[in-house]
Unconditional design. Structure first.
Lengths: 489, 492
């Protein structure tokens, strides 16, 4: 039963939040924060158990011959921990950000439900359970995308649904098809499809359908169109959901699909891994170039997210152990880096009403701590050592090189340069003198400032501790090793 | 032992309630109805328990067995439909106590609602329990007459026009069905379904009779292209009536089709009827959804959604011919669909009724901001929408999964494509409605004194449709205890 806690606690928090209604703000904040702290504590203890080799599994019967279950393996817990811990940080930020907003009960309620669904995606023990949580995630995100209720938000919501439900339909067909030929296939490191090996064309089609399903949330081109539009949502949504929980659910699905459903060996021998890798590589380059030209800060970050998500997809699709581990580590590292930047963008907008890069002169002097945090995250994203992004990118590039995929190394190097190209102008623009005078008091609402500093510090810590047990890098290597027959670096 | 008479009680109790509500007067009639509804729920649960425990059983009315007397037949499928009717019926009754609360004795044909509603409930229970094709005719007529009268209860011109059209369709259906029964009887000399199933031999007269009966039932179930009467009738009736009609009454005639097609009529006896019904069902899914997408009035949207959702019910017939695995999965799936649609659609119609009375109009585009001022109703629409789209976790998802699995197990992917496309179309029209409710707006809404209580009823029904996915194992057991699967010798 303990395995359900990371899913159940946020779900319960969401329900209570909605039932408390709009007016009881203090109770709402207390329930949400306590829920986040409590489930973070449980996830941490589950991680300790998993490191010691104890995983918990719990399942309930659902449809004839099928169960609905979760399992606390190390790989799933990595995503679960990222989502749960950052939920707590984002809550503090969101309480500040949404201070004067309307419909806060709806906002925080669905926010918690999204985290519940993301945890479900992380811990689901088989493709069907994962599909169910994946669809719940699509649905619970919709009210947050359209939260402002403006025609612009509604249009973005419509677009989001079009992509998400279309992808969900593809995933449903893939999952149902697989179940009809293979029966239950719980995720197993190295692959779970031994029983149906040989039905190659069917397996290729199922792989394609599932990639189409996960590819929507992973913003794999050409399925990325919804993400820039969804930036119309309030900043906490862009930060946690559209940089961490929702989009990572897509890449996490691809990680499970390649490493633990098909297995790297089968994915390679079927010839499905290479097309996926090429698609991801194209996504990285195209979206990085588009990011260079975005003046709207959140849109620039969104295109950067599209590129970084495909780092993870590419690393996974290379089917080399180092790159696969780098991909998993990058899932955590990109989360802290990108959430820092979205927090910053939201804080700058909420404090100074600055949305565009070209309007940023003076911001660095007006909000120094905020912009230092942004700079740390930006350098980390560009892969400057010893920050978080360096560790995962090093693994990704080394894996590609080990695999003999020189082209993939080139893609990583080129896109690193492009990342500097789209991040540095933000900093130089902010450093230029401008109309914003230094503040006399605090630079922004402390409930927004300190979460930004906290996630920026995490970016440094994850980079410095990359070699130590418990760091995302070490964790990723431990979690991915069984998929490659107990490989050690 | 009283429980041995469960089938008879399930007819006798609502009939007694109907009679009592007529003499009780308009103030006490709601109380009579509530007590009756509670009793039926208890009896329905007892019937489910009994069928799960001991399997299907026959009940000879008055001690006379078929072919001399009339047998009632209780199996897993009939128990399921009866318990669905009981739960939705309870919700409709609770909602109606507030909906029809007014001191004006002439409004809504006052008092008459309760008698007609309990009488329709009686007829539906009888229809689900009858084991004899002539009694089906009697029950269909009784359901039809009470339903038509209920539609016209508000007395408005639009309701009367819709009621007249509904009456003609209903009469046409009943007469066609009776003609079919006459031909069948002339040829075979039997009316009991089980005896018919055992004795049917190839014969043109019998086949013609059965074909006429199926056609008549298709008209009553409003399968495209015979749906022309439904949107007006369901859209203009008082909301509790709309809920009962869309959720339960169409299922009554459908239930008979299910029994005839998969239990009585041998495979291939009626040529390509299986596939033809499946194709019409697919057309219904597309046509109903597209029509729903373009409706500007909320109850019309919901009514067209029924046209689409009815289509799914007919996909079972081609799927059932794809082998033993596909048969069991398809029958179970369609039973889950019938129940989840019944719960969700009742919730949706009742919520639409509440939205209309809060806004004072039924124009979808002018309902902006409802999420802020009527969150419970908005949540109801959302939950009902999820199950109609077949998205997890909901009963509709359980049904879609089973039906898709059936299609894939039978190697007929095109039916799976229809199912998946239907879900996306449902998303299109439901999210069009939800987007308006979530849009920014400060509608000043009236809050009728009865609002809080009535608004929790639709929410409970829609939530039940969503958590129904957890009851799929139970429905699977009931499907295994249905005569259809027992006769076919398959288990899900």
């Amino acid at each position: 039963m303990i395995a359900w806690v990371p899913v159940a606690v946020p779900a319960l928090v969401g329900l209570i939040t909605l039932m408390l209604g709009e007016t009881r703000g203090r109770a709402r904040n207390a329930v949400n924060l306590l829920g986040a702290i409590g489930s973070s504590a449980v996830v941490v203890s589950l991680v300790r158990s998993a490191y010691a080799g104890d995983t918990f599994t719990s399942r309930i019967p659902m449809l004839p011959g099928l169960t609905f279950g979760v399992s606390t393996d190390l790989l799933g817990l990595l995503f679960s921990a990222v989502a749960t811990v950052l939920w707590g940080v984002t809550l503090v930020y969101a309480i500040g950000y949404m201070d004067h907003a309307r419909d806060r009960a709806r906002f925080f309620g669905f926010f918690a439900w999204c985290i519940s669904a993301a945890n479900g995606v992380a811990l689901a023990e088989d493709p069907i359970s994962l599909f169910i949580f994946y669809e719940v995630l699509s649905l619970t995100t919709y009210p947050l995308v359209v939260h402002n209720g403006t025609p612009e938000a509604l249009a973005a919501g419509r677009k989001y649904l079009f992509y998400a439900l279309g992808g969900g339909a593809a995933l449903l067909v893939g999952v149902a098809w697989l179940a009809s030929i293979a029966g239950p296939t719980p995720f197993t490191p190295g692959g779970a499809l031994g029983a149906v090996a040989g039905r190659n064309n069917e397996l290729r089609a199922i792989f394609a359908l599932m990639v189409a399903g996960f590819g929507v949330k992973a913003a794999l081109m050409p399925l990325h169109g919804w993400l820039p539009g969804a930036m119309v949502a309030p900043a906490p949504v862009s930060s946690l959901l559209h940089a961490v929980a929702v989009v990572k659910a897509g890449v996490f699905g691809i990680i499970r699909l390649v490493n633990e459903l098909y297995g790297p060996e089968l994915a390679t021998s079927l010839g499905v891994a290479t097309p996926l890798a090429l698609l991801a590589a194209a996504t990285i380059l195209i979206s990085s170039v588009i990011a260079l030209r975005q003046d709207d800060l959140k849109r620039r970050l969104a295109y950067s997210t599209i590129a970084q998500l495909s780092y993870i997809t590419l690393g996974t699709a290379l089917c080399s152990p180092l790159a696969a581990a780098g991909a998993v580590a990058h899932l955590a590292h990109h989360a802290v880096m990108k959430i820092t930047m979205f927090f910053t963008a939201g804080s700058v907008y909420e404090t100074l009403h600055v949305k565009k890069v070209s309007q940023m002169p003076g911001v660095a002097r007006r909000m120094p701590l905020t912009m230092i945090s942004f700079a740390v995250a930006a350098f980390a994203l560009a892969g400057i050592p010893p920050l978080a992004g360096f560790a995962s990118k090093w693994l990704l590039a080394a894996g590609a090189a080990e695999d003999g995929s020189v082209w993939a190394v080139l893609v990583y190097v080129t896109s690193g340069a492009l990342a500097i190209g789209y991040m540095v102008p933000v900093l130089t623009s902010a450093l230029r003198p401008g109309k914003h005078a230094p503040a006399a008091g605090p630079e922004s609402d402390p409930r927004m400032l300190w979460p930004i500093v906290a996630v920026a510090v995490l970016t440094v810590v994850f980079g410095l501790t990359a070699g130590l047990p418990g760091s995302p890098t070490h964790w990723a290597i431990t979690a991915i090793a069984p998929s490659f027959g107990g490989w050690t670096p | 032992m009283l429980l041995d008479h469960l089938p008879a009680l399930l007819v006798a109790v609502p009939l007694t309630g109907a009679a009592l509500s007529f003499v009780a007067g308009h103030r006490r009639a709601p109380h009579v109805a509530l007590v009756t509804a509670a009793a039926i729920v208890a009896l329905a649960v007892a019937l489910v328990a009994r069928v799960l425990d001991a399997g299907p059983f026959r009940y000879a009315v008055g001690g006379w067995t078929a072919p001399l007397g009339i047998d009632l037949v209780a199996d897993g499928a009939s128990a399921l439909f009866i318990v669905l009717t009981a739960i939705v019926g309870m919700g409709v009754t609770l909602y109606a106590t507030a909906y029809f609360r007014t001191d004006d004795e002439t409004a809504y044909g006052h008092g008459l609602f309760w008698t007609l509603w309990l009488f329709m409930w009686t007829s539906l229970n009888a229809l689900f329990l009858t084991g004899d094709v002539f009694n089906v005719y009697v029950c269909l007529e009784l359901v039809g007459i009470s339903a038509v009268t209920l539609v016209t209860l508000s007395g408005g011109a639009e309701a009367l026009r819709a009621g007249a059209r509904y009456l003609y369709a209903s009469m046409l259906g009943a007469m066609t069905y009776l003609l079919g029964v006459a031909l069948l009887y002339a040829s075979v000399g039997q009316l009991d379904m089980t005896i018919l199933a055992d004795t049917l031999t190839p014969d043109v007269t019998a086949a013609t009779g059965l074909a006429l009966m199926i056609a008549a039932l298709v008209l009553k179930t409003a399968l495209v292209p015979a749906h022309f009467w439904l949107p007006a009738a369901h859209g203009s009736a008082p909301s509790p009536v709309s809920a009962a009609l869309s959720s339960l009454v169409v299922k009554g005639s459908y239930f008979v089709i299910l029994r005839l097609m998969l239990y009585v009529i041998p495979v291939g006896y009626l040529g390509g009827t299986d596939v033809a019904l499946g194709v019409l069902g697919s057309v219904a899914i597309v046509w109903g959804s597209v029509q729903a997408l373009f409706q500007t009035r909320i109850k019309q949207l919901v009514a067209y959604s029924t046209v689409a959702q009815v289509g799914y019910l007919f996909l079972v017939f081609p799927l059932a011919r794809l082998g033993a695995d596909a048969f069991a999965l398809a029958v179970t799936g369609v039973l889950v669909h019938a129940v989840s649609h019944g719960l969700a659609k009742a919730g949706l119609f009742l919520a639409s009724g509440s939205l209309m009375s809060r806004f004072g109009h039924d124009r979808i585009d002018d309902m902006r901001g409802a999420a802020r001022s009527a969150p419970v109703l908005t949540l109801t629409v959302a939950l009902a929408g999820i199950t109609m789209m077949g998205l997890p976790p909901s009963g509709g998802f359980g049904a879609k999964w089973l039906l898709v699995s059936s299609a894939l197990a039978g190697g007929a992917w095109w039916w799976a494509a229809v199912l998946v496309a239907g879900g996306l179309l449902a998303a299109a029209y439901m999210f069009r409605l939800l987007a308006v409710l979530l849009a920014d707006g400060d509608a000043v809404l009236g809050t009728p004194a009865s609002a809080p209580r009535t608004e929790w009823v639709p929410l409970a029904l829609a939530a039940a449709a969503v958590v129904l996915v957890a009851a799929v194992p139970l429905i699977t057991d009931l499907a295994s205890a249905s005569n259809i699967l027992i006769r076919a010798g398959v288990t899900p």
